[in-house]
Design a protein around this ligand. Structure first.
Ligand code: AMP
Length: 211
């Protein structure tokens, strides 16, 4: 089974996507994580992407489409979950063409949504482990020891683009460019809406039912 999770920043695509992918044995292809790794490794794509990411803007389509195709092809037919890709209609069209080329298809497209107030609270409190990438939240899922990852003891940090000014820009970009994906996908087979405004475990139970 191949899945797409899409929705606004902070809705929980990463957290829920990682959990369901692990449980179902799918590769979790999170575009933001793939890009951040490329920035860290200073690859050509990473160097191109950095300024867009720092400003909360979308990285050019050609860059992200090529990166995601590489990941899908490298998976050699393993099930995958796309998180944060596609993020606009042009990317959705490029994805459809790419999947057809590789004789693959998407079985479920799940639109996660939550009130903007929840998104802001989630994004502003988010902490990430520098070593293993695991996510925490200052209020909702704090680490046992301040500043340290429960899993690997790595250092926790706040993403540059989780600052309030950049968050506002990301939410604006979402409304302008990603939300139109709803029109693109909602009449296609396998489309579902998921209310992701509730607590983590409640949302996960609803997601599991859909999958
Ligand atoms: P995320 O971790 O999903 O919040 O993504 C962080 C940042 O990576 C976004 O604000 C964009 O700058 C960039 N990004 C992630 N996914 C995409 C995409 N599909 N297209 C363009 N840029 C993206």
């Amino acid at each position: 089974m191949n899945l797409i999770l899409f929705g606004p920043p902070g809705v929980g695509k990463g957290t829920q996507g990682e959990r369901i992918a692990t449980e179902k044995g799918m590769s979790h292809l999170a575009m933001g994580d793939i890009l951040r790794a490329a920035v860290r490794e200073e690859t050509d794509a990473g160097l191109k992407a950095k300024s867009f990411m720092d400003a909360g803007k979308l990285v050019p389509d050609a860059v992200v489409v090529a990166m995601i195709e590489d990941k899908i092809v490298a998976g050699e037919g393993a099930s995958f979950l796309l998180d944060g890709f596609p993020r606009n209609v042009a990317q959705a069209e490029a994805l459809a063409a790419m999947l057809a080329k590789h004789s693959l298809k998407i079985d479920r497209t799940i639109f996660m949504d939550a009130p903007e107030e929840n998104l802001l609270k989630r994004l502003c409190g988010r902490l990430i482990c520098r070593a293993c990438g695991f996510g925490f939240h200052r209020q909702y899922s704090p680490p046992l020891k301040t500043g340290c990852c429960d899993r690997c003891n790595g250092e926790l940090y706040q993403r540059e683009d989780d600052r309030e000014d950049v968050i506002a820009n990301r939410l604006h970009v979402y409304q302008e460019q990603t939300k139109p994906l709803l029109d693109y996908y909602q009449h296609q087979e396998g489309f579902f809406k998921l209310d992701a405004g509730g607590e983590m475990d409640v949302v996960y139970a609803a997601l599991k039912k859909l999958v």
